[in-house]
Design a protein. Structure first.
Lengths: 113, 113
């Protein structure tokens, strides 16, 4: 079975632009979570979606938004990009029930210049 | 705010040596997970510990959850070059609608041949 797939793998944007990152979960997984990992640090929680509804939001500004589609894939949108948004954006999927483990994709490396 | 501090931040050792990585918090967690992340990839789950005082072994890796469920350690015996990577601990509190992970600051391990 395919793992969590994310696209694109790398992206370069300019300050002020917006970006859309995409994630396809493992087949059968209904929950998708997004994390931001700045170089040299551990990932930070941005959003969790389960059955197309937002279940949790981390401490990120309103420039960050996400959604989950009927096929459980997800998009993360970031508006008005800042230099500090440069990071590895990780998507993780899970069955979404209780203590089901997270499976991470390889991320999208976003560079804002 | 729940925080997880890992020590050391960086560790460079020779093949065959033993090492211990620590993960500490002032907060209690329902469970704690350990991940390994290699360059260009997402974190991969190594183990989940749930019960205070629990010890789990995965080949040469030994994981322990503190009695008070606030800290954890990872011990590697006879390190190999393939153990090189970023080790992340992550805590979670189940019971709510969100299964977000709170990641530690990370320990970058380099095992030299």
């Amino acid at each position: 079975d395919a793992g969590v797939t994310q696209s694109p793998t790398h992206l370069i944007k300019t300050r002020g632009q917006h970006v859309t990152l995409r994630c396809s979960p493992i087949s059968g997984h209904k929950s998708v979570s997004w994390y931001q990992q700045v170089l040299g640090q551990g990932p930070q929680f941005i959003f969790q979606y389960y059955e197309k509804e937002e279940r949790g939001r981390g401490n990120f500004p309103d420039r960050f938004s996400a959604r989950q589609f009927p096929n459980y894939s997800s998009e993360l949108n970031v508006n008005a990009l800042l230099l500090g948004d440069s990071a590895l954006y990780l998507c993780a999927s899970s069955l979404g029930r209780g203590e089901s483990p997270l499976h991470f994709g390889n991320g999208t490396r976003l560079t804002v210049t | 705010t729940q925080l997880l501090e890992q020590s050391p931040q960086f560790l460079s050792i020779q093949e065959g040596e033993n090492l211990t990585v620590y993960c500490n918090s002032s907060s209690v967690f329902s469970s704690l997970q350990w991940y390994r992340q290699e360059p260009g990839e997402g974190p991969v789950l190594l183990v989940t510990v749930v019960t205070g005082g629990e010890v789990k072994k995965l080949k040469r890796l030994t994981f322990q959850f503190g009695d008070a469920r606030k800290d954890s350690s990872l011990h590697i015996t006879a390190a190999q070059t393939g153990d090189t990577g970023l080790y992340l601990c992550a805590g979670t509190n189940y019971g709510g609608a969100t299964n977000k992970l709170i990641f530690g600051t990370g320990t970058l391990l380099a095992v030299q041949p």
